[in-house]
Design a protein around this ligand. Sequence first.
Ligand code: GDP
Ligand code: IMO
Ligand code: MG
Length: 424
Amino acid sequence: MPVKILVGTQWGDEGKGKITDILAAQVEMVVRYQGGNNAGHTVEVGDKTFKLHLIPSGVLYSDVICVIGNGVVIDPEILLQEIDTLSQKGITVSPKSFKISSIAHIILPHHKHLDSQQEFTRKTKKIGTTGRGIGPAYTDKIARKGIRVQDLFSKERISNLIKLQNWTKLLSHIPLNEKDIVEKYYQYGQQLKPYVVDSSLFINNAIDDNKMILMEGAQGTMLDVDHGTYPYVTSSNPIAGASCIGAGIGPHKIDQVIGVTKAYATRVGEGPFPTELTDDSGEYLREKGAEFGTTTGRPRRCGWLDLVVIRYAVRVNGITETCLTKLDVLDELDTIYVCNSYQHENGDVIKDFPLDPEVFSNCKPIYENISGWKSDISQITDYDALPTQAKDYIKYIEELTKVPISMVSVGSKRKQVIHLLKVD
Ligand code: GDP
Ligand code: IMO
Ligand code: MG
């Protein structure tokens, strides 16, 4: 079957953009199925760096069709800017190669305003959102008062939906200026119209034609609104199952779920993070791994690899293979620590991710240590050429997650990758 799904197994920023770009060489279509421009997916090719927020990371191949599925929330202004930025860098985003779902929901100016207002009113309980209006846009979708892409083609429809927004807002809400929004968003609609399709029909036709399709998840499993570290999560479902809803395909069309796992852990924003390092080691990983947000530039919190989290991600996504990224960041370390279980403050040893946030927040990592390889692996492209200790680290992760590692990334460039056909 022709559909593969790629998901982040941690708190986002695992290197999904880079891996999608590599896998895109073998597929005919790349689809985003959730999230919005809270995502920041970096792809480095030659001397060019692309930071993609909405357009799938297959866009650098002229023969790959990129699709924004119905499950994504779209800020039209940002999307049009992204199309422009890409064209300035020599990448043509034409209606032939880029499609947008007619029923994806739209982020409006008040969603962004509400995002920052809500953060402000949460006082000490802030989520640390990206401030892009993602939560409020999904809230309106679920509350059945959102505006969808196809609505932008009619001034009357926009106007009616803005009226509905104004009627249904809380009293403190500043009314939306109907006239301004109708004019502005109608114009956005006209600019986006050539790209707009029934994306479920389009994707399913491609499946019927036996075309290979890659679903590119944004964010990560631990940011999933159902399965993540609620409430410190995003407002969509990044996990693999959500791609059926966010792209409009049946589950039986999927045969592979690829988990992207960073060789250590990072998190941006608030929320519990048992393996977080607040000392020099954390600072070291941040500097060496250039761990600063692609979307907001915020420093990412860094810590050791947490296999309790990865095993949970394997389970809730049904991961069939792992791409391990940023292994080169660990090159200079004498010892690498890996968390394989937690100790709760009541003394219990916990091996499975606990769903109660109070329990999770009180978990201390129990570490096992592995010797570092103390050499530069960033130019290695052959598994056999890796130092023994690096191979041991790979095998250790495979063993404890019971999932084979199919690819190891050792640098940010497209070529810095090791394909593991067979790991002995
Ligand atoms: P995404 O959101 O999952 O696509 O990840 P981001 O792009 O936000 O963050 C990953 C960062 O690590 C980017 O700057 C990538 O260029 C970089 N990167 C990806 N893979 C590797 C790798 O194997 N080694 C190193 N050193 N950097 C990598
Ligand atoms: P990619 O696709 C890392 C985090 C935010 C915040 C929480 C909620 O690049 O991996 P939101 O704006 O979504 O309401 O914020 O989710 N977050 C991400 N963290 N990578 C991302 O995307 C993220 N998208 C959202 O920092 O903690
Ligand atoms: Mg990112």
